[in-house]
Design a protein around this ligand. Sequence first.
Ligand code: NI
Length: 236
Amino acid sequence: LTRHTPMIITIPDVLTPEQVAYGRKILDEAEWVDGRVTAGHQSAQAKDNMQLPEGSPAARELGEMILKALGRNPLFLSAALPLHIFPPLFNRYSGGQSFGTHVDNAIRTVPGTAHRIRTDLSCTLFFVNPDEYDGGELCIEDTYGIQKVKLPAGSMVLYPSTSLHYVTPVTRGARVCSFFWLQSMIRDDSRRSILFDLDLAIQRLGRDLPGNQAAGETAIQLTGVYHNLLRQWAEM
Ligand code: NI
């Protein structure tokens, strides 16, 4: 388990190598448009990349593949406690393209619906490996400084949507990612972080002390604490 900081969480192997390869084939053949279409007013000025049109067949098919994979990923579910997930979008940076410092919009309307999502967590899922391009680091400003993120294909980073972030210029190759947002059942980052830590500790008890009766009883008690905190804090 890699955790850059308490708030920036890496989810390895969200997609299998086969799913990544399939996704890349679709993405290579898809038609890309100027990324400013989904940017807010401030971020439009900072943004220079390409995107798949929202709701295009390619975006829809790969988005469903990603959401299905996330629904089966215990680490993601525990870290994010998702309530609503925005349909995944896709972007591509090459030839020096970058995205300057910005904050993501707080509220997003799901295209084609009246449904609005509060963006608590921002997600970036990588479709290319770090050695395939230079630059293109996702830089996230948090309380501990600037965290630079560049993950293997198939892996994803989750970070608070409240953070300032930017993508450095891609000077060789292409950086192809999916990006989206989610509304968590737990709006507050520090509460969500406490629940995540508690869940990890409970899992560790079962894993490191299998068959130990006292550990088993403690796990049951702590699981009760987990659910009682979730009941206190969850918004739906
Ligand atoms: Ni952003």
